[in-house]
Design a protein around this ligand. Structure first.
Ligand SMILES: [Zn+2]
Length: 206
């Protein structure tokens, strides 16, 4: 029996192999996109206890939140925050409090801090959280999320630290510095450079 042309023709075999790889990549991308949507819904349901606070969250909730964040890009985190705010809840998933409600007539508000920390900020930005503390917790998480989709990363699952886990570094700026030092190896890459710029932006805003 004669063999098929594709099994003998090297070009055809190469094309077949490329098409197969492409199909597998698409399949993996779709599966990961579906998984990330599920993870947004899972984080939306946190915390598991109705009166939980981020600084005293249960170990199970912390691990669950971190495993969700592992596959997120910043835009996935934004989606999670938006969905929780629609439900009148603080955007930080380990917090059970309602988000702030400020003067609905104002687009810009002051950040309620005195001295050099006084800033005029978007009302919508402040209304994402119940407090400045949760805003800082979220900024710390957001700064660690890779802008690259999980299916294109070398390390698909990222290990995200929470601000409440940064022992004794109570300040966001200090925590970000510690995180930068810990991530020194990857800070030379272009991807990390853009993350560093985001960090700087966050520091300027806080
Ligand atoms: Zn909160």
């Amino acid at each position: 029996m004669a063999s098929s042309p594709s099994s003998t023709n090297p070009d055809a075999r190469r094309h077949q192999s490329t098409a197969l790889r492409h199909a597998l990549r698409l399949q993996e991308e779709k599966a990961l996109q579906a998984r990330i949507l599920d993870l947004i819904l899972e984080a939306y349901d946190l915390p598991s206890q109705p009166a939980s606070s981020p600084s005293h969250a249960s170990t199970i909730d912390i691990q669950h939140f971190k495993s969700c964040l592992g596959l997120f890009q910043p835009s996935d985190f934004d989606d999670l925050v938006r969905e929780r705010n629609i439900d009148d809840r603080c955007g930080y998933a380990l917090c059970s409090k309602p988000n702030k409600k400020l003067d609905p007539g104002a687009r810009k508000v002051w950040n309620r801090k005195g001295g050099s920390e006084f800033r005029i900020v978007d009302r919508a930005e402040m209304e994402k959280w119940c407090s400045d503390d949760c805003g800082e917790r979220a900024a710390f998480v957001q700064a660690q999320l890779s802008p690259e989709p999980a299916w294109l990363r070398d390390a698909q699952v990222q290990n995200v630290q929470l601000l409440d886990e940064m022992a004794r570094t109570v300040d966001l700026e200090q925590a970000l510095q510690v995180w930068c030092i810990r991530s020194e190896v990857s800070l030379s890459s272009a991807d990390s450079l853009s993350r560093s710029l985001q960090l700087l932006e966050l520091l300027m805003m806080s």
